[in-house]
Ligand binder design. Structure first.
Ligand code: PMP
Length: 356
């Protein structure tokens, strides 16, 4: 039976990425050695790192004056590296979920954090709007896509200071204006590659402005100056990321994949809005994520939740159980998810509706 992989992360990767990485795990770039056993300073691996950085720049139209880094420690380490490197006194944060809350918690170790708005009052099922950002905040941090709650901010907030964004779960799903950002970061394990690599895009002249001493491994400038080779990068993961970037370019880049993502998301939301058994957890269409579609059973069908999970799992729908803090279901439909798999989930919902 075909498996449709709806996991939230680590999550579905293109067949191309898996095949090329499997090949390189045995014979990398004709060396006769595994990509896991060659020096990160070998010319073959340096070429991988260089190409991966160049493709990130090309696909996201990164302007001059930015460095692309492949670090380790996940997006969670970025929660502290951002304020360590950028905050002198004050920064503003938007609280749209538990990842945003964790970023706020770390930032508080470094200075004054103004939480400009929060949607915690409704278990983060909407994006706050109409908030004010203090003019003296050094940067404004937000999470573009809230993986757990299924909300997404598609338009850059209009603020006077540089933006910093956690794009772990929607990077490369649509075009961006990178010039508005001081830092963009993302754990690789959703739209990019295997876990173990963390992508950071940092504006060079945003660095070197804080008064504190930054430990070497947490200093963006050190990693930027050394081309992400200050210490051993996660070589296998970076290789996997490069394959996805090559695949994405071949699909027509972020502009083309955005169209597919819009189509896939609307197929699923249309069904959720139609099917009497299910209710999307995000009511406002403007706030709905194109990457993580969250839904629950309608109140009168609450008792068949477990039954639907079993029914869907038996039809090859993998990883649709919602995050424990929201319950219900979550279908993660990242770039690599084929439209046919989204249609298969919709058919499963329709079949289940017929037998209820
Ligand atoms: N931010 C977001 C939006 C996420 O979805 C996740 C992980 N699911 C994280 C941060 C944490 O990432 P990591 O596990 O790479 O630290």
């Amino acid at each position: 039976m075909k498996k449709h992989n709806f996991y939230a992360g680590p999550s579905i990767l293109p067949e191309f990425t898996k095949e090329k990485t499997a090949e390189a795990a045995v014979n990398f770039a004709g060396t006769g050695l595994s990509v896991m056993e060659v020096s990160h300073r070998s010319k073959e691996f340096v070429a991988v790192m260089d190409e991966a950085q160049a493709l990130v720049k090309e696909l996201l139209h990164v302007p001059d004056g930015y460095s692309v880094l492949f670090l380790q420690g996940g997006a969670s380490t970025q929660f502290l590296m951002v304020p360590y490197n950028l905050m002198n006194k004050k920064a503003a944060y938007l609280n749209t979920g538990s990842w945003a809350s964790k970023a706020i918690k770390e930032a508080k170790l470094f200075g004054e954090v103004v939480e400009v708005a929060s949607s915690k009052d409704a278990n983060f099922n909407y994006i706050p709007k109409g908030y004010e950002v203090p003019a003296d905040a050094e940067y404004f941090h937000y999470t573009t896509n809230n993986t757990i709650y299924g909300t997404e901010i598609l338009k850059e907030p209009e603020v006077a200071m540089p933006l910093v964004a956690d794009m772990s779960s929607d990077i490369f799903s649509r075009p961006l204006d990178v010039s508005k950002y001081a830092v963009i970061y993302a754990g690789a394990q959703k739209n990019l590659g295997p876990s173990g690599a963390t992508l950071v895009i940092v504006k060079d002249d945003a660095l070197g402005k804080v008064e504190r001493t930054i430990p070497t491994m947490l200093d963006y400038k050190i990693h930027a100056d050394k081309g992400s080779m200050f210490n051993t990068p996660s070589t296998l993961a970076v290789f996997g990321c490069l394959q996805t970037l090559i695949w994405l370019k071949d699909q027509g880049g972020v502009e083309a994949i955005e169209k597919v993502n819009i189509e896939k998301a609307s197929i699923l939301y249309d069904e959720l809005d139609r099917n009497k058994l299910f209710v999307p957890t995000v009511a406002d269409p403007e706030d709905r994520s194109r990457m993580n579609v969250t839904f629950v059973m309608a109140p009168e069908y609450g008792e068949v939740e477990k039954e639907f999970l079993e029914f869907a799992t038996a039809r090859g729908m993998i990883g649709i159980k919602g995050h424990r803090s929201v319950g219900g279901f979550r279908a993660s439909i990242y770039n690599a998810m084929p439209t046919d798999s989204v249609k298969a989930l919709v058919e499963t919902m329709q079949e289940f509706e017929k037998i209820r």
